[in-house]
Design a protein around this ligand. Structure first.
Ligand SMILES: NC(=O)c1ccc[n+]([C@@H]2O[C@H](COP(=O)([O-])OP(=O)(O)OC[C@H]3O[C@@H](n4cnc5c(N)ncnc54)[C@H](OP(=O)(O)O)[C@@H]3O)[C@@H](O)[C@H]2O)c1
Length: 284
């Protein structure tokens, strides 16, 4: 039984491979990577895999039974890339695809949702047995802003009082590994999110508590937030996208209280306080 993981040199993919190694023999795991030179430390079979090269996809999928398709990070190209992978998987005899989608994809106001909805549709139409892991926000999405918040004395955003049910990448990776190595998941759609929702005000309070500094949350209008991000060197298109995601979050786009993620992994999800603690420790 060969289980292959795409994007295995990415941040989530690496954690999935690690989590799989704890659950099945290394010989059963194949890392599918765009850049093999980045995969030398993975400790499993590595095959080259570029979502844009259909011939390569088909040859690299030979003998694979189960495929975890981790969504590409090339926003705007993803539906086409994912279609290439799904069609190649069907052609080479993959029997089950697990796909990392987005929380509440079909109703989500996040601009990211469209490509995930399209990919889910391609999977449904492929006739291949599949499972959808609708991943919520990574807590780590916020940790990159911590040094700037400490330096600037405020945590900025446009998310208002929106509740954020984030979980750590490691939590989502473990869920993927559990699904890939256990039975009964085909045909299921899992809405995956952290156990305890928080607002950015709560996040700033926790950051203040752990640093002993006063770092309040400052909510700013969408356009102003995009401009601030641009002034920090974030490319214009991405800055506007991030600000728009915050506005969606203010309306509840990444809130979920089903606790499906913790039920799948059999433990509580990683609390916000722990992720902040880890970031601050790494900065020392
Ligand atoms: N839930 C969330 O909060 C959240 C946040 C950010 C992203 N995401 C989504 O979740 C995915 C995984 O997250 P992550 O943090 O692991 O992202 P990441 O670290 O950026 O990893 C993305 C992976 O996709 C691979 N990739 C990109 N284009 C490819 C192509 N044309 N062919 C083959 N592989 C390609 C990259 O390969 P290289 O290593 O060669 O670059 C990388 O390994 C992202 O790609 C994105 O779709 C979710």
């Amino acid at each position: 039984m060969k289980i292959a993981v795409t994007g295995a040199t990415g941040q989530l993919g690496r954690l999935v491979v690690e989590s799989l190694k704890a659950r099945t023999a290394r010989e059963n795991i194949v890392a599918l990577v765009r850049t093999p030179s980045k995969a030398k430390d993975l400790g499993v079979e590595v095959r080259e895999f570029d979502y844009t090269q259909k011939a390569l996809l088909a040859s690299s999928l030979k003998g694979i039974d189960t495929l975890l398709l981790i969504s590409s990070n090339e926003i705007g190209q993803r539906a086409v890339q994912h279609r290439n992978v799904i069609e190649s998987a069907k052609q080479t005899g993959v029997t089950w695809i697990v796909y990392t989608s987005l929380l509440h994809a079909e109703n989500s106001s996040l601009s990211l949702a469209g490509e995930h909805v399209e990919t889910e549709k391609i999977l449904n139409e492929s006739g291949l047995p599949h499972t959808i892991l609708r991943n919520g926000w990574y807590t780590e999405n916020y940790t990159g802003s911590i040094p700037g918040a400490i330096a600037g004395g405020a945590f900025l955003g446009s998310a208002g009082d929106g509740k954020i049910s984030s979980a750590s990448r490691a939590d989502f990776a473990e869920a993927a590994a559990v699904v890939l190595t256990s039975a009964g998941h085909q045909g299921k759609v899992y809405e995956l999110a952290g156990d305890n929702a928080y607002t950015l005000t709560d996040l700033a309070k926790e950051l203040s508590r752990q640093t002993g500094k006063d770092i309040p949350y400052k909510n700013v209008p969408e356009a102003e937030y995009a401009n601030i991000l641009k002034s920090f060197g974030v490319p214009e298109g991405f800055a506007y996208a991030i600000a728009s995601w915050d506005v969606s979050i203010s309306k509840g786009a990444i809130f979920d209280d089903s606790k499906t993620l913790s039920k799948l992994i059999g433990r509580p999800t990683t609390p916000l306080s722990k992720t902040i603690e880890e970031v601050l420790r790494a900065q020392k």
